[in-house]
Design a protein. Structure first.
Length: 345
């Protein structure tokens, strides 16, 4: 499935001197069913940390405690040279078999390694229910796990560390966009590790940065026009910020699509509250303030107040749509293809 040639020599020599693999045609229909049966899943752990906000990164142990990150690594069946990779971050409901785990197997079948991170796994003591998790296990912690995952992958000989993309869903989609800003990358990867691209699947557009400078990596934002958790105007503003900051930013909106079109719920289900009206600003020091009340978000209590005041009790519909998923696979493939195609020379 990949454009690699594997000489008859030991893997270590192949990885040291062999060609760089190009992923399969990502614009073709993605593999399904039996084609995913031979993909192995490897449980992995690696060092991370748990800052509540960007302002807490590198602070006192109580504000940024060390944490062991947990993930599942999907590798292509045959690796003859370092392969590109995608790090996947789940939504507020956690890792889903029909979503993160399926994407992981599909990517591996296409010749791309995939690391699915479970940010809730070893933070369960911080929040077991849906609301508790949102209040205590923040998007900043997901960003910390993603950059820790990038360092972990860079140390594996099978992975081309220059071709790793960060991709998130809903809550994880928010984290993926946040991770594209230069001040965030500097906090979490002082040694210079950077993602080759950032993808957000229906990540609510809440946080804007006073300093719009980015790492320069391109950003792709996907959502449905019937997704009540998305604020189209705010998403457009964030995309403009990213462009001003140095990243190519593309927003694709799917007509008729609701939230989590790639999930498992074929019958529409209404989630209790949505955050489309929430808006915060992150300053150059990493401090977060609510745009309407100007309250600082410095812990779970102020986070509860801010989100409680801006969230809408009408909720939002969640519904799977296989036709939209097929389209988003093509759009994702079109985004990944040039990032994962080795440059000539």
């Amino acid at each position: 499935m990949t454009n690699c040639r594997w000489p008859a020599m030991a893997l270590a020599l192949l990885l040291a001197a062999g060609p760089v693999c190009a992923a399969a045609d990502l614009l073709a229909p993605w593999p399904e069913g039996a084609a995913l049966g031979g993909i192995d899943a490897e449980a992995v752990t690696f060092a991370s940390h748990s800052p509540f906000s960007l302002a807490d990164v590198g602070g006192r142990a109580g504000l940024d405690p060390p944490t062991e990150a947990v993930g599942t690594l999907y590798l292509p069946a045959a690796i003859g040279a370092p392969v590109p990779a995608v790090i996947l971050l789940h939504g507020a409901s956690g890792v889903r078999g029909m979503r993160e785990q399926t994407y992981g197997r599909q990517l591996a079948a296409l010749g791309i390694a995939a690391l699915v991170i479970d940010a809730f796994a070893l933070r369960r003591h911080m929040g077991r229910g849906f609301v508790e998790r949102i209040l205590n296990i923040t998007e900043t912690m997901l960003v910390a796990d993603a950059y820790a995952g990038l360092r972990y992958l860079a140390a594996r000989p099978e992975i081309d560390a220059e071709r790793v993309v960060m991709m998130g869903f809903s809550y994880g989609g928010m984290a993926s966009v946040i991770a594209a800003y230069a001040q965030v990358a500097a906090l979490f990867a002082a040694d210079g590790e950077r993602f080759a691209g950032h993808v957000s699947f229906y990540g609510p557009c809440i946080a804007r940065f006073e300093d719009p400078r980015t790492t320069g990596a391109p950003v792709l934002m996907l959502y449905g026009d019937q997704d009540q958790i998305m604020n189209a105007d705010r998403c457009a503003e964030i995309a403009t910020d990213l462009e001003r900051g140095g990243s190519a930013a593309e927003v694709i909106v799917y007509p008729g699509a609701r939230h989590q079109w790639d999930g498992s719920r074929t019958v529409p289900w209404r989630a209790p509250r949505h955050l489309a009206d929430c808006a915060v600003t992150v300053d150059a020091d990493g401090d977060v303030h609510d745009d309407r009340t100007h309250l600082p978000m410095i812990g779970p209590t102020t986070r509860r107040i801010i989100l409680g005041l801006c969230s809408d009790g009408d909720g939002y519909l969640v519904a799977r749509d296989d036709a939209v998923r097929e389209r988003s696979n093509r759009d994702l493939g079109a985004f990944l293809q040039p990032l994962f195609t080795p440059s000539e020379g």
